[in-house]
Design a protein around this ligand. Sequence first.
Ligand SMILES: Cc1cc2nc3c(=O)[nH]c(=O)nc-3n(C[C@H](O)[C@H](O)[C@H](O)COP(=O)(O)OP(=O)(O)OC[C@H]3O[C@@H](n4cnc5c(N)ncnc54)[C@H](O)[C@@H]3O)c2cc1C
Length: 388
Amino acid sequence: MADRSFLAWPFFDDSHRRLADDLEDWCRSELTDQDEQDVDEACRTLVRKLGEGGWLRYCVPADHGGIHENLDVRSLALIRETLARHSGLADFAFAMQGLGSGTITLFGTEAQKQAYLPGVARGEKIAAFALTEPASGSDVASMETAAEEIPGGYVVHGAKTYISNGGIADYYVLFARTGEAPGSRGISAFIVDRNTQGLDDSERIRVIAPHPLARLRFEGMQLPSTALLGERGRGFAHAMATLDIFRTTVAAAALGFARHALDEATRRAMTRRLGSGTLADNPITQSKLAEMVLDVDASALLIYRAAWLRDVAGQRNSREAALAKLYATDSAQSVIDKAVQIFGGLGVTHGVPVERLYREIRALRIYEGASEVQKVVIARAHLAEYRQ
Ligand SMILES: Cc1cc2nc3c(=O)[nH]c(=O)nc-3n(C[C@H](O)[C@H](O)[C@H](O)COP(=O)(O)OP(=O)(O)OC[C@H]3O[C@@H](n4cnc5c(N)ncnc54)[C@H](O)[C@@H]3O)c2cc1C
């Protein structure tokens, strides 16, 4: 049984503790199937189920079908941690509803919010966030996809890659260059519905932990002027503001994977015979378990501090979110690797939970800012303090 004593920490209030308990019960009854065969169908089903369960209401604000007036990062993190502990695909389905609607929540017009957010919350509209391009991944500001203004709207040429929910999304939040200035100041955000002419989302990418992922191509795709999301030329800032919220929750998903691995490894160590005792009696195994416990607790402290800072202290938390993401994702990889080691040959056997976790954790150290990018954010914030 994964440790839940952290729920008593002062970062949370009673509504968070109830949320964690209720979601735990829901996961136990609803997330029994870990089918990796047809991820599109599995994701559609999970989005619908998460909507019916009311969990997607945490992804949108209260006046458009949500729970909290503003997005509550502690709730989002608790939900991702809990879902990830039970099912990586359920966490993915939840996360993309949040990330793919976050820019609309933060910067959309009333009409855009009404058109998209209630459907996201009910699990009826599948959302996606299209930022990365083949030639510009980490270096977002150098993106090339262009939206040229024409009478009544825009015409878009270019490509995006590694877009989660690509191929099954009902709409994409797209970032494209509108040319007001070079670099980060010449980018705008748009909402693109799935059947828009000139959009091709049919080319799939297969990754080590399968989930819907695609390349998008835009060949003369026409958008009405009402598709513009937020301020023209401020798309980069809008994307970063959205990622600021969800970066902490990527760390929370990593924590969920790590807790699951620790739980599996502990049970295995306590039952696997080694000489006259069990693996758990062995001091080297105990040292591994101690390091895993430390990583899990340190991650949880960093994550819920970052979330609390934003929710309660109302502070911009880029530094703390970067610390949480860097530490939680890197250390979850190490926790899961130790779990695989404790399982021995069984740990690399297809279908065993730690083998799946070993594949699931890897991409979290790359997307929404690779570990190296988090280090840049942390060092910049640290040095700025000294330069004042
Ligand atoms: C499973 C998965 C899902 C994804 N989902 C989405 C999505 O829904 N929407 C979306 O827009 N994108 C998505 N992405 C893309 C993801 O955000 C990019 O892969 C990521 O930003 C890195 O870009 P890149 O792959 O082009 O790597 P590159 O930018 O080429 O970087 C390669 C490596 O260089 C290193 N590096 C990068 N920057 C620095 C630096 N400043 N200093 C030192 N080293 C550095 C890092 O180790 C990095 O891994 C997804 C990716 C994956 C793998």
